[in-house]
Design a binder for this molecule. Structure first.
Ligand SMILES: Cc1ncc(COP(=O)(O)O)c(C=O)c1O
Length: 393
């Protein structure tokens, strides 16, 4: 017997870790810094680490109270009802729940390209059809309602990533409102704010709740995660905020005990540790500004904890940087073969990334002359692997 036909599905390929790279190159892990998965350079909140240790002895019980407490804390944070908070196993889990709650077989899900791969993967698991809209390099990856409406076709779900991975651009709330206004009543606009804490933007929760001059609406949802600003990527904790009308659906679609005891306890402690989040956000702001100033290549403005850099030949530059101990994301698999994405690190890590990328660019530039195969935009052509689907974390 075989599994069902999974030929339309692609494997989830996680970003490469320090141990893995060090082993492959026969080197010591301490020689490397990983700036490839948009993780928190300060680690988890110390309070969350203590909560994890304290919770260890109670993991023989199902996480009922902790789940309810965290739901209430998140609801309080956003001034919404508890039912509007859908806790999940990471933001990825919340993506699944939203698809479970919306998709009938054959419904279409509109996703950005370049963009976060899991939207499409999850849509396919839930028997949805994936359609794309383009965020254009020529427009500096700007996001407006038109960006989506140009290709929109009565889709059931539209994903908006703001700040966007991997470019760092955002869609203003007024544009998200216009998008929701101009799409069908049965289209859910999901605003993925996985990097929301790093942006100088209001959350799209204002659109759901009708605050700050916006009318309340039932066709927008928001996704958030504890993986980035809270430094809890390893515990897997995220959530969706849904319109009040959607609240009851959670009980019908969620995996029982959607977030673990450890995740809930860590999440509660992390939410109380505002200082850690503030420090993390401040570090990211300084790091991305420094990279924009100091890297000898075009760096797009970013509101996330990462920057996208036009290096010409992403694979060559990422590989050489890795050999020199700095692991960054080659964005070829996003369809951006000229770009790498560098996560904002600590001051030291950022400085090392800047120096390394500048050295590599200078040296590769020398090597590639005069036989440079750059195209008219000055980009070196590298064929992206059309089959490749990456985790994009
Ligand atoms: C845009 C975006 N959305 C959602 C996620 C999901 O994150 P997690 O499942 O760790 O919460 C990520 C992870 O990198 C992301 O980049």
């Amino acid at each position: 017997m075989q599994p069902r036909d999974l030929s339309d599905h692609v494997a989830y390929e996680a970003g490469r870790g320090i141990e893995e790279v060090a082993r492959e190159l026969g080197r010591d892990p301490s020689e490397f810094v990983k700036l490839a998965s948009n993780e928190n350079p300060h680690g988890p909140s110390p309070a969350a680490a203590v909560a994890l240790r304290d919770a260890a002895s109670s993991v023989s019980s199902y996480p009922k109270a902790a789940h309810a407490d965290l739901t209430a804390a998140v609801a309080d944070r956003w001034s919404v009802d508890d039912q509007q908070v859908w806790l999940a196993n990471g933001g990825d889990g919340a993506i699944d729940y939203l698809h479970r709650a919306t998709l009938e077989p054959g419904d279409t899900v509109r996703v950005p390209t370049p963009g976060f791969a899991y939207y499409g993967m999850s849509a396919r698991y839930h028997h949805g059809e994936v359609r794309e809209y383009a965020i254009e390099r020529e427009d500096d990856f700007a996001q407006t309602a038109e960006t989506v409406l140009d290709s929109y076709d009565d889709d059931r779900v539209v994903w908006v990533t703001s700040p966007h991975n991997p470019t760092g651009s955002t869609m203003p709330l007024a544009e998200i409102e216009r998008l929701a206004d101009e799409t069908d009543d049965e289209t859910l606009i999901v605003v993925d704010e996985a990097y929301g804490e790093f942006a100088d933007r209001d959350s799209a929760v204002a659109l759901i709740e009708g605050r700050d001059g916006y009318d309340a609406r039932d066709d927008v949802a928001v996704l958030r995660t504890f993986s980035k600003a809270y430094g809890l990527a390893g515990v897997r904790l995220g959530y969706a905020i849904v319109p009040a009308e959607w609240g009851e659906a959670y009980a019908r679609v969620n995996t029982p005990f959607a977030a673990s005891e450890l995740a809930c306890r860590a999440g509660l402690a992390a939410m109380d540790d505002e200082e850690h989040v503030e420090r993390t956000v401040e570090t990211a702001r300084e790091s991305r500004e420094h990279m924009r100033d100091a890297i000898d290549a075009h760096v797009w403005e970013s509101e996330g904890n990462f920057v996208l850099v036009d290096v010409g030949n992403a694979t060559a530059v990422a590989e050489e940087m890795q050999r020199r101990g700095v692991i960054v994301r080659d964005c070829s698999s996003f369809g951006l073969p000229a770009c790498i994405r560098i996560t904002c690190g600590t001051d030291e890590e950022t400085e090392r990334a800047v120096e390394t990328v500048n050295d590599v660019l200078a040296e590769l530039d020398l090597e590639s002359e005069p036989d440079d195969d750059a195209d008219a935009d000055g980009e070196t052509a590298v064929d992206p692997d059309p089959e490749a689907e990456v985790s994009d974390t």
